[in-house]
Design a protein around this ligand. Structure first.
Ligand code: ADP
Ligand code: ZN
Length: 719
């Protein structure tokens, strides 16, 4: 028997099948989708069986062994991977690896993630006379009046005679697969839907593969609609997949789901590799009918899907930054067709692309225009940072200060957003203007006070904070700009009596820390939650009546055509955290740009006007949804090489592409990351024509040149 194997190395020059011979002893085990160990060059590698083939007319080696007894990828996912690798111009193996938990990824040399087993005991069928037992032994036997099986370790702890009973065959000891991640469900009463919510739920046709855009303002009860639809689906014997943007939100959503459903698996980066493996196995073994997870959960191996939902579908993190650079929604569009089930995209601030599709009738629009019950959208006030009075020269305006005092006196809570972590944005010499930059990445270092060091947010390198300027040897160094750490310090000095918690990448690196902060804030152990954009979306704290944005401009002037859209979404989302309970909410937005339309329209809750305004800009400047974008990044440590080759590539693209605009090469921002120089080439097009073919040709041409790397990125986030 001969098989074709796709091996673990993700490189374009070996992105093809290799044929191996299967010796007799393994023949009965072979199935498509299993992992095998095979010799490759001089080493042993892992790969996946892609198909069984006839005897080739060249010499081949034997496989070494078979790793799995069941395929790690089913037919649907094997086909999906092929489609994805074409669509994103990625290696096929990278598309399969991204679907698997670490424990099942090919080449998982460093660390073996095992299935966890636990020992249990139960009564055997052997008859025995209870009078012959000691008192201690009798106690143990009594326990089995209440339970069929008991964890061996727990019996052993209280009573050592358990071993004698096992030896005498009265009890049997056996081991059982154990799942590491436990969440108890606590099924409680069901909430009655509002008329608007009922309408939404009834409008979704569960027997069709349509895509819906659920545009519902913050606090309109989208999550409740999801639950209602999912309940219908599982009652009909099918399964449901719910994607949520990130771990911050999973915590709260998970809790709400556990109040109503029990067979749920959770997949996100906050779990350990072992826990993820276990959750994955629950899905594969058909033990759950709902999966809630972040981006990569779009590949969850659920059979018989009845609905797919993407919450906060406008979130950038649904797009992966490295190969394969896929967007979860594209993958799900494909999967809903396979399963013939609906796909529901939910957001209070839909991406322009999605809303445009709804306008065109490609998506069916569902609306929740009002908040639930008596709660109204919060009042939003803009504070002009160029004019306003600031308290003690801090970043806090008098308006925001007064409102924090007022709300917290009433026992209400506050969320404050500052979209930059660290203490300051840069360290500058006041004498000569020198700015400390990471020499490997050409971006300014960010000062972190907790560790008293300067850190590069691109490559992670850190240096001790210098005392003098290397340029003019002066010691007048000053910190400019403010991040979360600095604001936290200011708040502590302004409000010594209030309890403040900070949530950003630095305070949430430890496992379980997200959950703890969110839970503690929900339990009112803190008055103020201060954080980066990770606190802006989805969270539901009914006691929060004030949201403050320390500086609305941080996201506005990042050079990207999406900056206004992102700013609008960020401000609308964070504002949406206020006043979700019975009391009216208030929002204060501090900005240097009071006249900017993204800020103004976010303040008046006017999505439609923003959409219309921004669509005009996109048309004029030829950006999505009017044009598609594909960005190439040409990378090398050798400056001359990369700059010459980039120019050649632009010429080649201009000659070969039909009806497309090729822009560049231009220097990326930052130009250097980790000493690698980067040039960007942007392709704008209305129809894909021969684009994929030309890109494949290009990749093929460079695949054996290990000095140049070409990254292909469709619908890039960072342009
Ligand atoms: P969204 O996801 O649209 O921002 P949520 O689903 O978080 O909104 O709902 C906001 C709040 O309103 C939640 O606390 C939720 O429990 C509550 N809620 C939603 N629907 C109803 C309803 N029909 N009756 C009562 N409360 C509801
Ligand atoms: Zn760096």
């Amino acid at each position: 028997m001969y098989i074709n194997v796709l091996i673990e190395y993700s490189a374009f020059n070996i992105d093809k099948y290799f044929t191996y011979h299967v010796n007799d002893e393994y023949q009965d085990l072979i199935k498509i989708g299993l992992r095998v160990r095979v010799p490759f060059n001089t080493s042993t590698v892992e790969g996946i069986i892609m198909n069984i083939v006839d005897k080739p007319n060249f010499e081949v080696k034997n496989i070494i062994d078979v790793i799995d007894s069941e395929p790690i990828l089913n037919d649907e996912l094997l086909e999906l991977g092929k489609w994805l690798s074409k669509k994103t111009v990625s290696t096929l193996i990278s598309c399969y690896q991204v679907m698997l938990p670490k424990a099942l990824k090919m080449r998982n040399k460093n660390k073996v993630i095992n299935i966890k087993y636990n020992n249990y005991v139960k009564l055997s069928d052997v008859s025995f006379n209870i009078d012959n037992l000691t008192d201690k032994q009798k106690d143990i036997i009594k326990e089995f009046n209440n339970y069929d099986e008991i964890l061996y370790s727990s019996l052993k702890k209280i009573n050592s005679s358990v071993d004698t009973l096992i030896k005498n065959n009265i009890l049997i000891k056996y081991s059982k697969e154990e799942y590491r991640y436990h969440k108890d469900s606590d099924i409680s009463e069901k909430i009655v839907l509002t008329e608007e919510q009922k309408n939404v739920v009834q409008s979704v046709n569960l027997n069709d593969n349509k895509t819906y855009l659920l545009y519902g303002v913050t606090g309109s009860g989208k999550t409740l609609c999801y639950m209602e639809i999912i309940e219908k689906v599982i009652n009909s014997g099918k399964t449901a997949l719910l994607l949520v943007p990130e771990i911050t939100l999973t915590t709260q959503i998970q809790e709400r789901f556990l109040k109503r459903f029990s067979k749920i698996a959770i997949l996100h980066s906050g779990l350990s590799d072992g826990e993820r493996y276990d959750e994955y196995r629950k899905i594969k073994n058909g033990e759950v009918n709902i999966v809630i997870g972040a981006r990569s959960a779009c590949f969850a191996p659920l059979n018989n899907l009845g609905v797919i939902i993407v919450d906060e579908c406008h979130t950038d993190s649904y797009k992966q930054d490295n190969m394969p650079k896929y967007h979860a929604i594209d993958v799900l569009e494909k999967r809903k067709d396979y399963h013939n089930c609906p796909l529901i995209l939910g957001s209070a601030t839909p991406e322009l692309i999605h809303f445009a599709k709804a306008q065109k009738g490609l998506y069916q629009l569902l609306l929740l225009p009002h908040r639930v019950g008596n709660s109204k959208l919060p009042k939003i006030k803009i504070v002009d940072l160029t004019k306003c009075e600031r308290i003690n020269k801090t970043n806090i305006s008098k308006e925001l200060y007064d409102e924090i005092i007022k709300k917290t006196k009433l026992g209400e809570q506050v969320i404050l957003l500052i979209n930059r972590r660290g203490y300051s944005s840069s360290l500058m010499c006041k004498n000569c203007g020198y700015v400390f930059k990471c020499p490997h990445c050409e971006v300014s270092y960010i000062y972190h006070k907790s560790k008293d060091n300067l850190r590069c947010h691109y490559c992670g390198r850190a240096i001790n904070k210098p005392d003098t300027c290397p340029n003019c040897h002066n010691d007048h160094l000053s910190l400019t700009g403010s991040g979360t750490e600095k604001i936290e310090e200011e708040l502590e000095s302004l409000f010594p009596e209030l309890k403040i918690v900070r949530m950003d990448l630095d305070t949430t690196s430890r496992k379980g820390s997200h959950e703890r902060i969110i839970k503690d804030f929900a339990d009112h152990k803190y008055d103020i939650l201060l954080g980066t954009q990770m606190i802006a979306k989805g969270l539901d704290f009914p006691n929060v009546t004030l949201v403050g944005v320390i500086n609305a401009d941080t996201s506005l002037f990042i050079p990207s055509y999406k900056s206004p859209e992102r700013t609008f979404a960020l401000l609308s989302q964070v504002a949406g955290r206020s006043g979700r309970g019975d009391r009216e909410g208030m929002v204060i937005i501090q900005t240097f740009n009071v006249d900017h339309y993204a800020i103004n329209l976010a303040c008046s809750n006017n999505y439609i006007s923003f959409y219309n305004e921004e669509m005009k800009n996109r048309l004029v400047s030829k950006y999505p949804p009017y044009y598609y974008l594909c960005n190439l990044i040409i990378k090398s440590k050798d400056y001359d090489l990369v700059s010459n080759e980039s120019r050649k590539i632009v010429n080649l693209l201009n000659n070969k592409l039909v009806n497309m605009e090729v822009l560049g090469p231009s220097v990326c921002s930052p130009f250097k990351v980790n000493n690698v120089c980067r040039f960007g080439i942007l392709i704008k097009y209305k129809s894909e024509n021969n684009l994929i073919d030309v890109l494949n040709e290009l990749i093929n041409h460079y695949k054996s040149n290990n000095k140049i790397i070409i990254d292909v990125d469709f619908n890039p986030n960072n342009i």
